[in-house]
Design a protein around this ligand. Sequence first.
Ligand SMILES: NC(=O)c1ccc[n+]([C@@H]2O[C@H](COP(=O)([O-])OP(=O)(O)OC[C@H]3O[C@@H](n4cnc5c(N)ncnc54)[C@H](OP(=O)(O)O)[C@@H]3O)[C@@H](O)[C@H]2O)c1
Length: 303
Amino acid sequence: MDESAEFLVFGATGQQGGAVARALKAKGRKVRAFVRDPESRKAKALAAEGIALIVGDLFDADSINRAMAGIAGVFSVQTSSPAGEITDEQEVWQGKAIADSALRQGVRHLVYSSGGAAGKGPTGMGHFDSKSEIETYVRSLPIMSTITRPASFMEMMLLPGLGLPQGEFTFFMRPERSMQMIAVDDLGRINADILVAADRFDGKTIELAGASVTGRDLERAFTAAAGRVITYTRFSDDLLAQNPFLNRLTELLETGLLVGAADIPALAREFGPLMSIEEWLGGHGKPLFEAALTDGTADVALR
Ligand SMILES: NC(=O)c1ccc[n+]([C@@H]2O[C@H](COP(=O)([O-])OP(=O)(O)OC[C@H]3O[C@@H](n4cnc5c(N)ncnc54)[C@H](OP(=O)(O)O)[C@@H]3O)[C@@H](O)[C@H]2O)c1
């Protein structure tokens, strides 16, 4: 994309979109962020960094069309049902609405951020299967497109309720088993690289991860970063029996679907070094980890 190209980023007040918008800006590119509330703290922070705001709502197709005017490349991301704001059907509607609008408004290239479980057959989890449906739709349209499928974000491990303030950490994998993860900043940087080099990535589907870690790896890294012992255990059988959502995610990890399919060395060759858990804990993850250790209420999207 030439230097005058302008990029439209959805979800820019959130984790992924925020990282993509900032990475584009850091490359000296023109960025427009689609925001619901320009007066929110996160929207104001984007504006203060020189990112233009355009107000709209993903349920309002006209506002999406207005935001697309004059745009060369779009980063598309939607929230999903586990966040509690939308249904799986609404996620699909929003993902299709962005793609339709990009085509209608003559946008050159669309990057759709999907998820690591998508495109591998039905999962029985609505917020994964919704992404497979959006991927198929995007690919059916006569527009240049790239699909990125991020692994679980490292930031997810700092959500409350996973035991860190008590010196414990519980998560999905068995202690000796691994799963791929990615730091949100790496995700932002890679998607930004893809947006500016549209021709090179048109038609590609790219699984994204920066590290493959076991429960034991997390125990070691968290213990070193905390300066006190953090023990790792997988979610207990009792918890899984009571929580069908966590149980299904854990099953998908055990069957291999959620382990992650990214070729991390190939990604590093293409996009440069990716953060390990230790590097993330020493960088952007540090204040978030410290907050999670103290009271378990880290705002994982906070910059
Ligand atoms: N967490 C993981 O490990 C992981 C891994 C792979 C894929 N994913 C997928 O990532 C997606 C979520 O991405 P994220 O974590 O970056 O999201 P996030 O941090 O929750 O942010 C959501 C963004 O979407 C915006 N938004 C929500 N509803 C909107 C609407 N109606 N109109 C306009 N903007 C709206 C929010 O704006 P406001 O500021 O106005 O609320 C915010 O900017 C989900 O689909 C999830 O399944 C997650």
